[in-house]
Design a binder for this molecule. Structure first.
Ligand SMILES: O=C(O)CC1=CCC(=O)O1
Length: 268
């Protein structure tokens, strides 16, 4: 698959983005938004299962992957504006936006603001509100005092099914989280902590699909459903034998569901 890479200057940061597949901005477009502590390679296993003819846009949040870090804390509004800037720079319009975890929060924030960018929305392993301010502050304190390594094994147990977490397959994901800058990680923890999208998200009137993992220890299926249910006419689907990252543990089943949603909504 051909791809181009883009470094987009936006205010105090430079955001890294990559476009795979068809490069023409008029092609049906899918935007993927990553979770906390991951970069755009989160979606690598999904891409081979997607049909030809799509324009696939991915980016790194500030302080993650190849996007530069700015001092924490960040607001969710700032992360939404970053994503908006990347979409505008790449001329993204009428896209299917697939956001996982904090990426799904960004998707909710972008969808209520930019109908021209987000035509349909996939809320994967996410919610309108995730965790409590105390949980996020404890995590920020732990990163600042002892580094991400000090709790990354616990994160892996919440992200993956027991068998996956015990296998060697977990290592690249563990390494990816540990490679995240302290400012980027803490900044995004603060953004999640300060977000409650129940009211704006309940005003959405675009086709919306919720996806949960049967064994997700971070955003359990009931939490995902609670958010997706506030959008009238939304669909909800649980991926079996998967934790918080079904695009990693069950990429084929996950992509099949995305393709079905693209067909249901006339995206392809
Ligand atoms: O890393 C976690 O604990 C789960 C999570 C919450 C928001 C996000 O992006 O990941």
């Amino acid at each position: 698959m051909t791809y181009t890479v883009h470094y987009i200057e936006h205010g105090d940061t430079t955001l890294f983005a990559r476009v795979d597949g068809v490069q023409d901005a008029d092609a049906p477009t899918v935007v993927f938004a990553n979770s906390l502590g991951t970069n755009l390679h989160l979606w690598d296993a999904v891409l081979p299962f997607l049909p030809e003819g799509l324009r696939i846009v991915r980016m790194d949040k500030r302080g993650h992957g190849k996007s530069t870090a700015t001092p924490a804390p960040y607001s969710m509004g700032k992360l939404v504006k970053d994503t908006e800037a990347v979409c505008d720079a790449l001329n993204v319009r009428d896209a299917m936006f697939v956001g996982l975890s904090i990426g799904g929060m960004i998707g909710q924030g972008l969808a209520v603001k930019r109908f021209d960018i987000v035509r349909t929305l996939v809320l994967s392993n996410t919610a309108a509100r995730i965790g409590t301010p105390k949980l996020w502050q404890d995590r920020i304190d732990a990163v600042r005092a002892h580094g991400i390594e000090s709790f990354v094994d616990g994160i892996m147990r919440k992200w993956f099914t027991r068998d996956f977490a015990k296998s060697d397959a977990v290592k690249p994901w563990r390494d990816m989280v540990c490679a995240t800058t302290v400012e980027g990680y803490c900044g995004c923890c603060a953004a999640v902590s300060g977000t409650d999208f129940y009211t704006p998200t309940s005003g959405l009137r675009i086709p919306t699909l919720g996806i949960a993992g049967s064994d997700d220890g971070s955003t359990p299926a009931d939490l995902v459903r609670e958010t997706v249910d506030v959008v009238p006419g939304s669909q909800f689907h649980i991926i079996r034998k998967s934790g918080h990252l079904p695009c990693v543990e069950q990429p084929h089943a996950y992509t099949e569901r995305l393709i079905q949603f693209m067909k249901d909504t006339g995206h392809i």
